[in-house]
Design a protein around this ligand. Structure first.
Ligand code: NA7
Length: 548
């Protein structure tokens, strides 16, 4: 729908304000600048990097193949960088993002050390006012969130945490100077990706490590290895082809040799295929129906359980480590020596499902099985995913409605394409809820959003449109579509942060579009080609500072 509206003409401080200077914010800044828009980025940290700035815990590394885990919008950038290995460590990825920021001269557009704690849409002026924690504010026509999906750390509200006399850390806010656990008794709570990556490394250093596990995980070996220079050379040579393949693929990665169903193979052939992948390392995507068909899924689950039994020497510990939920319906984890770590004399495992944590005491952690003393506690307890980082910014749209209230009322997050939400005009979310986001290769999904948003703003400027707002009906349909697809899979049968289930009181619902990166790209493209179908577009005579 296109309409007209009267608004008071106030020139904003910036065309666009972007929050966050990780993968999303850096490219958004570059793209808007390239198109002539005055843009300001606010970043809480003192440098670029986002997720890769904060997550410095021991063992932190990428679990996407690094040659796909980078920007593809610039051939020059792509060819100017060489990854050392298949799954590089956090420090290397952070260096990559610094390389991008420096090559594209982005730093002068970013205000570091600045937390945004409020953003307010002013209907009369059709402007966003964005407030810093210090009380300063700026105005912008477009408000763009590039805050990542996993940036709001979750430290569970354990009784007595304040009384703990030792040091405690959350994996997502790790001290820059590192932590030396030598000679210490350490407790790690949580066995998601962060716990599984850090546990083997901490175990080597600590005097004793106790792992507090609530849900056991299906881990698959990463078998990280340095890249063969010939492979790197070939990858660079076929840049254009690779870029197209990644963008049109299902998950934003190149995944080889899939078969339709695990049940089409004999159990011998299937186990051989699983065994080959186990030896080779990487994700267990061998059959297309693993996340759809319970029987197929169980074949993968059972294979990993058999590997746990084979690897972990103490049968009682092995039993505790065996998951029973549907394989792959929580975040899949690639590990390095995770199960092997439980064979060490200095590592023990407490199942907090049977023996819940009662409180943190001055000296350690007390479960229903007793108290254990620690010098340090590591919370590998994850994040308030997807919506958490947005809620922490206290965003208010039309009629002063808070995004949190909108999404929590009726217990439902609702977006149109994961890019926009009704009642919040001229606000765009990069990798927002109900887009492919965390179930895709993030940089590829980020690029698609950044390019779509830039095209949309260009369209608005050229067509003299001042305001774009997701239509309520289109939003309802999109949300329903996302949920309908999710219901066809096994994902919704498991409590996970994909479902908002890890945070007490959080609205439940599957927060990711599962139709695939390539399909999603096509849908977004068609929406744009059809004059931004599903959005209300409003124009007035307002002047703007478009400079190209
Ligand atoms: P995750 O995947 O959310 O893992 C958090 C872990 O912490 C998980 O094992 C949780 O158990 C556990 N947890 C959370 N709260 C508690 C309490 N109260 N008591 C005991 N255990 C608890 O976060 P990660 O940081 O590991 O990974 C997140 C993403 O970051 C990952 O996908 C990577 O992309 C990087 P649960 O399974 O909920 O029972």
């Amino acid at each position: 729908m296109t309409g007209k509206k009267k608004s008071v003409h106030v020139k904003p401080d910036y065309d666009a304000v972007v929050i966050g200077a990780g993968f999303s914010g850096l490219y958004m800044l570059h793209s808007l600048r390239e198109n002539g828009y005055s843009t300001k980025v606010f970043e809480k940290a003192d440098d670029v990097g986002g997720t890769w700035y904060w997550n410095r815990y021991p063992g932190a590394r990428c679990d996407s193949d690094s040659v796909y885990y980078n920007y593809t919008f610039s051939e020059e950038l792509f060819k100017g960088w060489t990854w050392s290995s298949r799954y590089p460590e956090q420090a290397e990825i952070l260096t990559y993002l610094n390389y991008v920021a420096d090559t594209l001269h982005l730093r002068d557009g970013i205000q570091f050390n600045t937390t945004i704690n409020h953003a307010n849409y002013n209907e009369e002026n059709n402007l966003w006012r964005i407030y810093t924690e210090d009380g300063d504010s700026v105005t912008a026509t477009y408000f763009i969130t590039a805050v990542g999906c996993l940036s709001a750390s979750n430290v569970p509200n354990f009784k007595g945490l304040d009384s703990f006399k030792g040091n405690w850390y959350h994996t997502g806010q790790w001290p820059h100077e590192g932590v030396d656990f030598t000679g210490q008794k350490v407790g790690v709570i949580g066995t998601g990706s962060s716990g599984v990556q850090s546990i083997p490394v901490i175990a080597k250093e600590a005097d004793h490590l106790t792992v507090f596990q609530r849900t056991p995980q299906y881990c698959f070996p990463a078998r990280n290895h340095p890249y063969d220079p010939e492979f790197v050379k070939e990858t660079k040579e076929k840049f254009s082809q690779l870029k197209t393949e990644l963008r049109e693929s299902h998950s934003g990665q190149i995944i080889k040799s899939r078969k339709p169903s695990a049940l089409d193979d004999t159990s011998e052939d299937r186990n051989k295929a699983y065994e080959d992948r186990w030896q080779q390392g990487g994700y267990l995507f061998i059959y297309d129906d693993l996340l759809i068909n319970e029987e197929s899924n169980e074949t993968a689950a059972e294979f990993i359980r058999s590997k746990i039994a084979e690897t972990v020497k103490n049968p009682e510990t092995a039993q505790k480590l065996m998951p029973s939920y549907h394989w792959g319906t929580k975040r899949q984890i690639l590990d390095t020596d995770y199960y092997e770590t439980y064979n060490r004399d200095n590592v023990s495992l407490i199942d907090v499902r049977s023996n819940p944590i009662e409180e943190i005491t001055p000296n350690g952690i007390k479960t229903t099985a007793g108290e254990e003393e620690f010098d340090a506690i590591v919370f590998a307890t994850g994040f308030d995913g997807m919506t958490g980082p947005l809620f922490r910014m206290d965003i208010h749209g039309k009629d002063g409605i808070a995004l949190k209230d909108k999404w929590e009322e009726g217990s439902q997050t609702r977006t149109y394409l994961g890019l926009s939400t009704n009642g919040f005009p001229n606000m765009f979310m990069i990798t927002g809820p109900e887009s492919p986001s965390v179930l895709s290769n993030m940089p590829i999904s980020i690029e698609q959003h950044v390019e779509w948003i830039t095209d949309c703003i260009n369209y608005m400027q050229k067509s003299d449109i001042d305001l774009i707002e997701a239509n309520e009906e289109a939003e309802k349909e999109w949300s329903k579509h996302c949920r309908d697809i999710a219901e066809e899979t096994l994902y919704t049968k498991t409590d996970s942060w994909y479902m908002g289930a890890n945070i007490e009181g959080k609205a439940r619902g599957f927060l990711i579009y599962l139709g695939g990166v390539g399909t999603y790209r096509k849908i977004c493209k068609e929406v744009a080609e059809n004059g931004y179908e599903g959005f209300d577009l409003i124009s007035s005579t307002k002047t703007h500072s478009y400079t190209k």
